[in-house]
Design a protein around this ligand. Structure first.
Ligand code: MN
Ligand code: MN
Length: 398
């Protein structure tokens, strides 16, 4: 069984508490310790012996992120401040109560979103004055291009979603809010702009502390009642996508759905895969030739070793609510180490999804050439696959 040979932590014979002991190496912890955190990270406490060298941290849990708790819900973010290596993408986990409103706003980065639970109404207006108003539910995506104004509002059941931005330096606390702009524009300018008296703005919020950001609101009525006709018409392409409604690519150990600009055309800067790995299964050894990978774990438990070249490799454990990261081109696998299906999202700052399979690469290279490197026997060469396995099952002992 792989778990014994690859370094899961030893336990004290008496109390079952994990200890950094591997055979004759290591010793019990005598000082202060955080046992629950050590249990969650067995591959940090006792790394596989194949781990080596200094690889930056590639994990941050939303449970350790600062939360902004507000009348309409809450929001917590994982950016370069939390996970410095994650320069290409960042993410926000946001909850809106029934009727709760993410204020009308825009930002410099594009926004991609996956609805985790519940339903929301989203709105957007583009530079041609065309509008988009839609309702989204669990497993749906949206994509708002950089600079275009939008909003999100929780429907009857409220909602929670993951937002992913195409810059690691993004901050949800630095977006262009409509109330913030009103508060910082001279009243006579507002009066002139809107063609009304200054008194019309007497009740608008007056400083940033009082800007709405995420605030309580009334649940809106049916979608058609919220329709606003634009003389320029509706947007030519949809800004939402039903990812869970896509037919998955089914393979031996699980299934995958891929969404990028080929099936969700507006999503020009973010490509994604929703991966489901059955117990005992593993997302195969692979890498991505186009971008860093930003991961969000939806369910189950897994571990990933990232091969960073130059003899460096490091293994991390992940569970629901964790963010993982793989810098550009680094080799990796994601193994289901739990009892339930491991579900996670992979996001890339790219218009297309791309990966290279180690197994397929070797299968499509002259066997003598491959053998000269690795001294593999006939049986192992024969087990290579010219088709990308994507996910593999636990191997059969032979
Ligand atoms: Mn936004
Ligand atoms: Mn990957």
């Amino acid at each position: 069984m792989t778990q014994q040979t690859t370094g899961h932590s030893g336990t004290h014979p008496d109390d079952g508490v994990p200890q950094p002991i591997r055979g004759d190496e290591g010793a019990t912890i005598l000082g202060p310790r955080n046992v629950p955190l050590e249990r969650e990270n067995p591959n940090l406490l006792v790394p596989p012996t194949t781990d080596s060298g200094t690889v930056p941290n590639l994990k941050f849990s939303y449970a350790a992120a600062r939360n902004r708790v507000l009348t309409g819900g809450w929001a917590r973010e994982v950016t370069t401040r939390e996970l410095p290596v994650a320069k290409e993408l960042s993410g926000v986990d946001m909850r809106l109560k029934p009727g709760g409103i993410r204020e009308l706003h825009w930002h410099k980065e594009a926004e991609w979103a996956y609805m985790l639970a519940g339903r929301a109404r989203i709105t957007l207006v583009d530079q041609e004055g065309r509008n988009f108003i839609d309702d989204v539910g669990e497993g749906d995506l949206w994509y708002f291009p950089a600079g275009l104004p939008h909003s999100i509002q929780g429907l009857e059941e409220g909602c929670e979603f993951l937002l992913v931005f195409d810059s690691g330096d993004f901050s949800e606390n630095e977006t262009f809010l409509i109330t913030d702009w009103f508060a910082h524009t001279p009243p006579e300018v507002l009066a002139k702009n809107f063609g009304v008296s200054e008194g019309a703005f007497a009740d608008t919020p007056v400083d940033y502390e009082h800007s709405r950001y995420v605030f309580a609101g009334k649940v809106p009525g049916p979608l058609d009642e919220d329709a606003v006709d634009s003389p320029a018409g509706a947007v030519p392409q949809t800004f939402s996508h039903r990812m869970l409604a896509q037919e998955p690519i089914k393979v031996a150990g699980g299934q995958v759905r891929i969404t990028d600009s080929s099936n969700f055309p507006v999503s020009k800067t973010i490509a994604a895969a929703l991966v489901e790995v059955e117990p005992g299964g593993m997302r195969e050894l692979h890498w991505h030739p186009n971008a860093d990978e930003w991961q969000y774990y939806l369910a189950g438990k897994g571990r990933m070793t990232v091969f960073a070249s130059g003899g460096k490799a490091r293994t991390f454990d992940y569970q629901a609510g964790d963010v993982g990261y793989v810098p550009f081109a680094m080799g990796h696998y994601v193994e289901n180490t739990g009892e339930e299906t491991l579900r996670f999202l992979e996001m890339f700052r790219s218009d297309h999804y791309a990966d290279v399979s180690l197994k397929q690469w070797m299968a499509l290279t002259p066997p003598e050439l491959v053998r000269a490197h690795l001294n593999l026997d006939e049986q192992t060469i024969a087990a290579l696959s010219k088709e990308k396995p994507i996910i593999v099952r636990e191997h059969m002992a032979r």
